[in-house]
Design a protein around this ligand. Structure first.
Ligand SMILES: [Zn+2]
Length: 232
């Protein structure tokens, strides 16, 4: 099998630097399994490791699909942050090869989150998604403590997405966001809060359009009921 990872030449929209970044051919991905919080495991390579592009000169970082697309001239706050990193001399170095370590992937995500938090308006759903990547990367190496740290951060941003009602992804809809709030609470051990949100998801007026979400919410609820039964 030829390698599914290739190096893409990129020009940074922030500082103009030219660098290479590893990308993954989506055709190489075969999903093996999916967790109840949408964490997918794959047969060979892990796409999360290749999801972020980071400039080698100013550390501007974004999801691959945003890196070259977002017009930064309309976002002086982003240019300022990148400029600040560049002049501070605190650049994080990444190898410009096809090898990506867990540390690299984590650092790229943390940088991307720092930049997305500067965008106005802030897209909370993107930030919760990036925190979920960190959650899953730590789950895969069985670092339970760090997994929980990022579960909690992701939860915070799903709640913000729900409260604001903007940037709700079509695929999940509002019921999906509500379900995720329930599921992350459940995974963090707050069963009472989880049940409240699962109930809210299955009673949602749009739930008939999201039958997979309804099933997941009922499953999550059932897991808690069974746990309570066992505890008695
Ligand atoms: Zn740059």
């Amino acid at each position: 099998m030829t390698t599914p990872i290739w190096l893409k030449d990129i020009e940074c929209k922030c500082c103009g630097a030219k660098f290479k970044t590893p990308r993954l051919k989506p055709s190489a991905l075969v999903v093996k399994n999916m967790d109840s919080d949408f964490h997918k495991t794959y047969d060979s390579v892990n796409p999360m490791f290749y999801a972020i592009t980071t400039c080698s000169e100013c550390n501007y970082s974004a999801r691959n699909e945003d890196f070259e697309k977002v017009l930064l001239e309309y976002h002086p706050e982003i240019m300022k942050l990148a400029q600040g990193i560049k002049t501070s001399g605190k650049i994080v170095k990444f190898s410009q090869t096809t090898e990506v370590t867990l540390d690299d992937a984590v650092n790229k995500h943390l940088l991307a989150i720092a930049f997305y938090k500067c965008f106005k308006p802030e897209n909370q759903n993107t930030i919760s998604g990036l925190y979920m990547h960190l959650t899953w990367m730590y789950r895969e190496v069985e670092d339970v403590e760090k997994e929980k740290v990022y579960l909690a951060k992701s939860l915070e941003y799903y709640i913000k997405t729900y409260e604001k009602g903007s940037f709700v992804p079509e695929k999940l809809g509002e019921p999906g966001i509500i379900y995720m709030i329930g599921e992350l609470n459940r995974r963090l051990g707050d069963n009472n809060e989880a049940v409240k949100w699962f109930a809210r998801a299955v009673q949602h007026q749009q739930i008939s359009n999201f039958s997979n979400i309804e099933n997941l919410a009922r499953d999550g609820w059932e897991k808690i009921t069974q746990e309570k039964r066992k505890a008695k």
